[in-house]
Structures are given as structure tokens and as C-alpha cells.
Design a protein around this ligand. Structure first.
Ligand code: NAP
Length: 322
């Protein structure tokens, strides 16, 4: 049977849960469809579930672990009456109001939920290298999450791929466990912020392999090595590592909305300048799914707040017949 809701929020990262805190406190009884556990996290909650220490979220003088921060968001939203469904939305129909959402069988004749207002906070996911054996060894030495897996690499030699802030953050965190971390970057210059670069250069456990790309990862039941190609000489060599952490960026989770909401050339949702309104009245977008510039927990949370306020005002004006 279809359940009619006022506000449905899809996604449970900092954006979705901040939208939940604000809409719950505005008495809109939000439903958060929070997603499902994945191969990289045993709980929904977005990318912070895959993050280690967060040092730049205001209010935490000594930093906080990503999963702990998300648990706090979740409990705070629950305190004001937010309801959660641990599932993925399989289909949406935004062609008329109320909007229709399916969980489970996308071909079911009746939607699972209807929503007067919809807040999209589906975030972005980790990009992978698409190596021949990468998917097979994901969770067996290939990882996108140092927090989840770093512990298993005590005393090991491991590699991290990427040259951005994520790669350096992962590499630095992993030096707590590993004896040696080789950071493999396809160019000779890092993209990461200068402060992160300096920290990595100063860390004696981190070695840099420049102008190099990983072309395969080996191992029967777990990773035992990787094959690397020099991008300038094309020479190939093997590196004996037991872990390969892939930290090369993200892709927005917008597949559900293709053809119904405007997407930019990289697949991010388009919102109206300075607001969270999408092109469909009553549908709002916040967080990384619509932000390829800042992509920070705090900016995601900030835009989640904006989406809640935009949705609240929009519902009020609709109710008033404007
Ligand atoms: P990013 O900045 O887009 O960096 C991705 C890195 O991966 C780049 O160095 C890129 O190389 C490399 N790369 C991409 N595709 C590759 C491939 N197929 N093979 C090999 N290498 C590949 O992504 P990010 O590091 O995830 O960071 C995303 C955003 O979040 C950034 O704005 C970042 O500043 C921010 N962030 C901030 C913090 C923090 O402040 N604590 C932490 C994490 C992330 P090229 O450089 O050659 O393009």
C-alpha cells in the first residue's frame, strides 16, 4: 500500500540528515530513505561513513571520526521525529504531484511512497580504476575506505592511488597502521591542498611514485601485488603490496533522476543559483549530488539546511494557494 508523506528525503549523508533535522523541527515529519549497507560500508550515511578523522567540521576542536559524526546527525534528526527506512529508492516519478517513489520492485503498479515535497541528497560515490581484478578483490585488499580497512594492514606495505586531498588523507591515516604507504599518482604534481601535501611529504612512511598508473592488481583470495606502468617510459613493474586504496574522486548518484531533473555535463543535479530548487517545483537538491565545487561535509550540511527551508516555504506557499 502506498504511504503518503509530506516530505521525503532521499539520502542520509550530512545533507540529507541536516534537511531531516530542520524539516523535523518544522513539524513536517520527514521520512528519510537512507540507502542500504554497501560493499564499502556496513551502514548507510554517505561518504563520511568511509572517512577517518574529520578535522574541519566546525565545533569539534579535536576532530571527530566520520561514522561517529554521522551517528550524531542521525540521532539528532530522530530526536525530533524523523523516520528512517533502510532501503534504496528504485524509481521516482516526478511528472505530477504528489511525487511518486518506489522502493523494491520498480515495476510495481503502485508506488511505495508519495511525497508533497522531495529533497534529493543522494551524494556521490567513489570512482574506481576499473582494473581487471579490482572488483573481485574489493574487500580483499582493494579498498576505498581507510577507516573501515586500515586496521587490517598493521605492519603491511600498501599503496594509495590518486593525487587529491582524499588520496593524501587516506595515505596519512594509513601510516598509523602500515609500515610503508606508496602514493601512486599519474602526474608529477599533486592536486591536493598545500597543507595536505606538506604533511604527506613530511611523513617518513609515505613514498611517492610519480607519473605512474596502476594497470592491475594481483592475488588469489587477497591482494598480493599490483602492476604499475610509467606514463612516460611505458615501462611496467610490479609492486609487492597487500593493500590497494583507490582514492581518485567521485561520481554523483543521479541515475534515478536522469530524464526527470536537469543534470550538468558531469551528471550533477542542477539547482537554481543560490537556492536548492531544481527545475521541478517541489523537488530540492542538496549536498554532493549537486555540488562538484566544494564537496565538504559542512557545505553539504549547509545546503541540507537550505533545502529544508526551501521545502518548508514552498509547502507553505502551495498550501496558501500561491
Ligand atoms: P579530486 O580532487 O578530484 O582528486 C582525484 C585525484 O585522482 C586526482 O589527483 C586525479 O588525478 C586522480 N585520478 C582521477 N582519475 C584517475 C584515474 N582513473 N587513475 C589515476 N588517478 C586518477 O578528488 P578527491 O581527492 O576525492 O577530492 C574531492 C574534493 O574533496 C576536493 O575538492 C578536495 O579538496 C575535497 N576534499 C577535502 C578534504 C579535506 O579538506 N580534508 C579531504 C578529502 C577531499 P589528476 O590530478 O591527474 O587529475
Amino acid at each position: 500500500m502506498t504511504e503518503a508523506r509530506s516530505v521525503v528525503i532521499v539520502g542520509s549523508g550530512p545533507a540529507g540528515l541536516t534537511a531531516a533535522i530542520y524539516t523535523a523541527r518544522a513539524q513536517l515529519a520527514p521520512l528519510v530513505i537512507e540507502g542500504e549497507p554497501s560493499s564499502t560500508s556496513d551502514q548507510p550515511g554517505g561518504q563520511l561513513m568511509l572517512t577517518t578523522e574529520v578535522e574541519n567540521f566546525p565545533g569539534f576542536v579535536d576532530g571527530v571520526m566520520g561514522p561517529e559524526l554521522m551517528q550524531n546527525f542521525r540521532s539528532q534528526a530522530a530526536r525530533f521525529g524523523t523516520e528512517y527506512v533502510t532501503a534504496k529508492v528504485s524509481r521516482v516519478d516526478l511528472s505530477s504531484r504528489p511525487f511518486r517513489l518506489w522502493v523494491g520492485d520498480p515495476e510495481a503498479s503502485e508506488p511505495t511512497y508519495t511525497a508533497e515535497a522531495l529533497i534529493v541528497a543522494t551524494g556521490a560515490k567513489s570512482l574506481m580504476l576499473n582494473l581487471p581484478n579490482e572488483a573481485r578483490l574489493l574487500g580483499y585488499g582493494v579498498s576505498t575506505c581507510a577507516t573501515c580497512d586500515g586496521f587490517f594492514f598493521r605492519g603491511h606495505e600498501i599503496a594509495v592511488v590518486g593525487g587529491g586531498d582524499s588520496a593524501l588523507e587516506e595515505a596519512l591515516f594509513l601510516t598509523r597502521f602500515a609500515d610503508k604507504v606508496t602514493l601512486i599518482h599519474r602526474r608529477s604534481e599533486l592536486r591536493a591542498s598545500k597543507v595536505m601535501q606538506q604533511r604527506a611529504f613530511d611523513n617518513p612512511k609515505i613514498e611517492f611514485l610519480w607519473n605512474a598508473e596502476v594497470i592491475d592488481v594481483y592475488g588469489e583470495s587477497k591482494v598480493s601485488g599490483i602492476r604499475v606502468r610509467d606514463t612516460q617510459s611505458s615501462q611496467e613493474s610490479d609492486l609487492s603490496v597487500t593493500g590497494l586504496f583507490v582514492a581518485i574522486g567521485h561520481q554523483p548518484n543521479t541515475g534515478l533522476f536522469a530524464g526527470q531533473l536537469d543534470l550538468d555535463e558531469s551528471g550533477y543535479l542542477v539547482t537554481q543559483q543560490g537556492t536548492t530548487h531544481t527545475g521541478v517545483p517541489g523537488v530540492f537538491a542538496c549536498g554532493d549530488v549537486q555540488d562538484h565545487r566544494y564537496r565538504q561535509a559542512i557545505t553539504a550540511a549547509g545546503s541540507g539546511c537550505q533545502a529544508a527551508i526551501d521545502a518548508e516555504r514552498w509547502l507553505e506557499s502551495e498550501a496558501a494557494g500561491h
